[in-house]
Every structure is written in structure tokens, then in C-alpha cells.
Design a protein around this ligand. Structure first.
Ligand code: FE2
Length: 275
């Protein structure tokens, strides 16, 4: 089933996001909730669109109900705190995720036993439009497909070691090839956790060590990679609105966050679907 006929069946308006992703907009009075969304049909849209934004659904008010609805999409990754992570600024943060600073690009579950396939977000409170706090997603298979041959050859030799102390819910030491195969679609994709940048609060940010190329090549390699992942032709920037539901392919996409005004409201729930 294509997106248009699916949207018509659900009573939603469908539009394409730029440069990738798809939006389903429900009339606020329709009474449709996440419980009414057909999961298998939407999963099949993800292979092409990578990301689905749904607006106008009746919001869920309790985390256990959000978790229950996310379980309809597949088995959830259970963290120390449970299946639902609340992304919000903390008064005394021990980790950069809980500040209002930027979050550099990464993929979720890097240190977990299994990298989850999907992220499902619900936006409970959103910053004012000029306050920042957009979540940014980079479409790495599309980026890869546009790379020159010599860049691909170099990147295929690269493995990156990441270490971070387990202060929040994740941590440890891993060594990960930059270039990987999407476990579901077979496409070539990138796994990269960007070092802290100028707008990141440096609290418990991961350390990187690049292997497979000479130490002299590392600065230019990182600069080129970071240049590409911020190239607007591969990046969807999402400005949250309260009530948004967003489902993203955590294999194909890297994601990060722009900084936002401190103490601006921004509260998201996020669950991870394993497969
Ligand atoms: Fe993340």
C-alpha cells in the first residue's frame, strides 16, 4: 500500500518532508490515537522514507500507556530505567544529554547489547519556535550514494573506538566500523558518533579514536565526514510541536540536537523498538 492510500484509509493528509521523511496529519478532532495506527503498513513506509511524523493524534498522557502502544511496533529495548526515556533538561546534569546544549550526531544504543531499529518519540512539551532544540536527522545511505569513489574507499577502512563512562544509562568501550550494512534493507549506511562541538556542554561526552588510517589523515577525515553529515541535502531538521509523534530508522539515520534556550520547555518521551 502506498502512503497516499494508507493516509486516505486513516483519514490523514499526507505530505513529504524535505529532504526526506513523510508526514501524516490528522484532524485534531478525529480522535485518532497511536493505538489506531496500523504498524505493519507504516513500517513498510520507513524503508523508503526513513522517518514518519504524525501530527494531530490525541496525545497519550501516561508513560505506561505510551510504552504499551510502542510495543505494538515490536519488542522494546529495556534500559535501567525501563522502556521509556524522558528527554528533558535536568537542574544538575551529570551528562550532556540532560543539558540544553547541542547533542552531536550519534546513533542510539551504541553501547547496548543490540542496536535498536526504531526510535518512537512523543513530544510532550515543545520549545517556542525561535528557542532552538530541533532534532536533526542525517540520511546516511543517501549521503553514501553520493560520495566519490576515493572517499568511499578510505571510509571503508575506518573503524572508530568510542569510550564513555557509564554516568547516564549507557557507557563502556566499543569499536565500530564507520561503513556498515543496514540489517533490514541491505543498504550501505554510516555509524558515527560525532565529538562534542562548540555548542555542546562537555559533560560525559564520548572519546573517539580513529583506526584504519594514519594519524596524520585523521583531522582531514573527521572534517570531511562532519562536513557531509551537516550537508542540508541529507539533513531533516525537526522543530517539535507538542503532540508530535515521530518514528525514525535508527540504523539508516544519525541524529543529534541543536542547543536551545535554557529552561525553555522541551520534554520528549522516547522508546526503542529492537526489530
Ligand atoms: Fe539519541
Amino acid at each position: 500500500m502506498n502512503a497516499e492510500s494508507l493516509a486516505a484509509q486513516m483519514g490523514a493528509e499526507v505530505s513529504l518532508l524535505s529532504p526526506f521523511g513523510i508526514q501524516l496529519e490528522f484532524s485534531g478532532s478525529s480522535g485518532v490515537t497511536l493505538a489506531n495506527i496500523p504498524t505493519e503498513e507504516l513500517k513498510s513506509l520507513l524503508a523508503h522514507h526513513r522517518l514518519i511524523l504524525m501530527r494531530g493524534l490525541n496525545p497519550i498522557t501516561e508513560q505506561p500507556e505510551f510504552a504499551a502502544q510502542c510495543r505494538r511496533w515490536g519488542e522494546l529495548l529495556e534500559w535501567d530505567f525501563g522502556a521509556v526515556f524522558e528527554v528533558v533538561e535536568h537542574a544538575d546534569p551529570q551528562n550532556y544529554l540532560f543539558t540544553s546544549g547541542s547533542v552531536p550526531y550519534h546513533w542510539d544504543g551504541a553501547f547496548a547489547a543490540q542496536v535498536p531499529w526504531l526510535q518512537i518519540f512523543q513530544c510532550c512539551e515543545a520549545p517556542a519556535t525561535p528557542a532552538g532544540g530541533e532534532t536533526i536527522f542525517c540520511n546516511t545511505p543517501a549521503l553514501w550514494n553520493a560520495l566519490p569513489h576515493e572517499t568511499r574507499v578510505q571510509w571503508e577502512t575506518v573503524e572508530i573506538a568510542y569510550t564513555t563512562e557509564k554516568v547516564a544509562h549507557y557507557g563502556g568501550a566499543i569499536r565500530v566500523p564507520l561503513v556498515q550494512t543496514h540489517p533490514l534493507t541491505g543498504e550501505t549506511m554510516l555509524r558515527f558518533a560525532e565529538p562534542a562541538n562548540a555548542t555542546t556542554v562537555s559533560l560525559n561526552t564520548p572519546q573517539l579514536e580513529v583506526h584504519g588510517i594514519s594519524p596524520e589523515q585523521v583531522p582531514a577525515f573527521l572534517a570531511e565526514l562532519i562536513h557531509h553529515i551537516y550537508d542540508p541535502q541529507w539533513v531533516f531538521s525537526h522543530a517539535w510541536q507538542a503532540g508530535d509523534y515521530l518514528i525514525a530508522d535508527n540504523h539508516a539515520l544519525l541524529h543529534g540536537r541543536t542547543r536551545y534556550d535554557q529552561q525553555s520547555p522541551r520534554r520528549l518521551w522516547r522508546a526503542h523498538v529492537l526489530t
